[in-house]
Design a protein around this ligand. Structure first.
Ligand SMILES: Cc1cc2nc3c(=O)[nH]c(=O)nc-3n(C[C@H](O)[C@H](O)[C@H](O)COP(=O)(O)O)c2cc1C
Length: 220
């Protein structure tokens, strides 16, 4: 993709506000989106997340239970989309998780020798400790990493001409309970619906609106 195509992609993509019912992604499209999440970058390669995927009507309905009341406008998107992803952040980065990350890096050949692996492990644990105790922002830190995966998916979906809706309008406490996330050291932070937009999607024809360059870009 060249520079002009990247620019056009961002100018032309629009959040899907209505999905065509009873649709699905191809296995290839679905796998590509899952790869994008799994290969998303994170600080010190901490990968402080899990992505909960729903494609069946039953699974999507479980997620849609978190859109009662003020968030009801998001329910049809979750029910009609081909795939819904719950982006979950880990509530703890404990020894088990950090050991799993290190073991994977060793298996993938990231470290020249045991000393190099130990140095990386120590550095990663240092960052985790910094956020847990000195900065006291571990939940915010893991949330930030998780949103990077969301951003990657939005761009990838646009590149594949798959419609997407990032969704913060849901009750995360209700969803955590529905999916029993807390005992798994997880909490839901944001959702993403993916699939083919309906012809009735009002947002598809609205002009794009963004603040002027001078408002948001400043060259030093
Ligand atoms: C983090 C985040 C949360 C959002 N939550 C919702 C939501 O709950 N429901 C919805 O219809 N759109 C949601 N949106 C979509 C925004 O309204 C949309 O991105 C914005 O208006 C710009 O429009 P565009 O994406 O079509 O360029 C969300 C977007 C982001 C980035």
């Amino acid at each position: 993709m060249n520079a002009a195509e990247v620019s056009a992609l961002m100018r032309e993509r629009r959040t899907v506000k209505a999905y065509r019912a009873e649709q699905s992604l191809s296995a290839e499209q679905q796998q590509a989106l899952l790869d994008v999440m799994r290969y998303s970058p994170s600080s010190v390669n901490s990968q402080p997340w899990q992505f909960v995927i729903a494609t069946s009507p039953e699974a999507k309905a479980r997620i849609a239970t978190s859109t009662q009341g003020a968030f009801a406008y998001n329910a049809p998107k979750l029910l009609n989309a081909a795939m819904v992803v719950v982006f979950c952040a880990r509530t703890e980065l404990d020894d088990t998780h950090l050991a799993a990350v290190l073991a994977q890096e060793v298996e993938d050949g990231r470290h020249a020798d045991a000393q190099a692996a130990a140095r990386q492990d120590q550095s990663r644990r240092g960052y985790v400790e910094l956020h847990r105790t000195a900065l006291r922002d571990l939940p915010e830190w893991t949330t930030r990493q998780t949103y990077l995966a969301l951003g990657s998916v939005l761009f990838a979906a646009a590149a594949m001409r798959i419609g997407a809706t990032p969704i913060e309008g849901f009750d995360s406490t209700a969803l955590d309970s529905e999916l029993n996330l807390a005992p798994q050291q997880l909490r839901s932070v944001v959702l993403c619906a993916l699939g083919e937009r309906s012809e009735e999607d009002f947002n598809a024809v609205l002009p794009k609106s963004r603040l002027h360059e001078g408002h948001v870009l400043r060259m030093l």
